[in-house]
Design a protein around this ligand. Structure first.
Ligand SMILES: *Cc1c(COP(=O)(O)O)cnc(C)c1O
Length: 223
């Protein structure tokens, strides 16, 4: 079933869109199914769960941290993480930079934008993203690279609202991409879209979707 679901989704994707298969709460046997089908990009939302899976699974997997990141846990993933999607403060970015330096790495990050109209504590308002990347302190961080933006739409059945939210992020992304490039910022990734809304996200310009339940089935608990 996993291979079938995966194939159905990848087949429908435009070539510029990368699929991150979201495996949070799912066992390694499920991940191996997708791996055997050729898939390499996997997403987790808890650092320690990702750390254990990284240890046990093939080393050519690209691990994406898609959840909220606690600063004191960055050290557990700094050696291997491929892309951190949920960066939402300069303080966190500084910690990622510090840990990346220890491993002589440059860690790619996405800044998480708050686009949902619903109440949420995650992500930065668009104007704060702008001031972050224009700040003097940001330029000093040479062991991180901002390669794009990430956003989540409201949890709603209102398709127009979802589209509007994705559209606002997409316009902002294009604006930054065309106007700003520094040694530690060059945008090529717009991470938006999950199982329920990825077709709309792609129509609005997403280049990376994070899909879990549509591939691996429903999770036993909400995370
Ligand atoms: C769980 C999760 C997803 C995937 O959700 P599905 O609805 O199962 O596709 C995508 N993005 C983030 C940030 C998540 O936490």
């Amino acid at each position: 079933m996993i291979k079938k679901n995966l194939h159905k989704i990848t087949e429908s994707l435009p070539s510029q869109v990368t699929l991150v298969a979201v495996t949070k709460t799912k066992p390694n046997v499920d991940i191996i199914q997708a791996y055997e089908a050729g898939h390499r990009d996997f997403g987790e939302n808890k650092i320690q769960e990702m750390q254990v899976k990284h240890k046990d699974l093939p080393k050519d997997i690209r691990w994406h941290m898609i959840g909220h990141v606690q600063r004191n846990k960055v050290k557990y993933m700094a050696e291997f993480v491929h892309l951190i999607h949920g960066v939402d403060s300069l303080k966190l970015l500084k910690e990622i930079n510090k840990q990346a330096k220890k491993y002589n790495r440059v860690i790619k990050c996405l800044l998480q934008a708050r686009i949902a109209q619903e109440e949420t504590k995650f992500g930065l308002p668009l104007n704060e993203i702008k001031s972050l990347i224009e700040s003097d302190e940001f330029i000093d961080l040479q062991n991180i690279k901002i390669s794009g933006l990430m956003g989540m739409a409201s949890f709603t059945d209102n398709q127009n609202q979802i589209r509007e939210e994705f559209n606002s992020l997409s316009n902002f992304y294009k604006d930054i991409k065309n106007t700003t490039e520094t040694s530690n910022l060059k945008l090529d990734t717009l991470s938006m879209g999950m199982s329920a809304d990825y077709p709309i996200a792609i129509e609005e310009g997403s280049t990376m979707i994070r899909v879990g339940s549509a591939i691996f089935g429903l999770r036993n608990y909400i995370t």
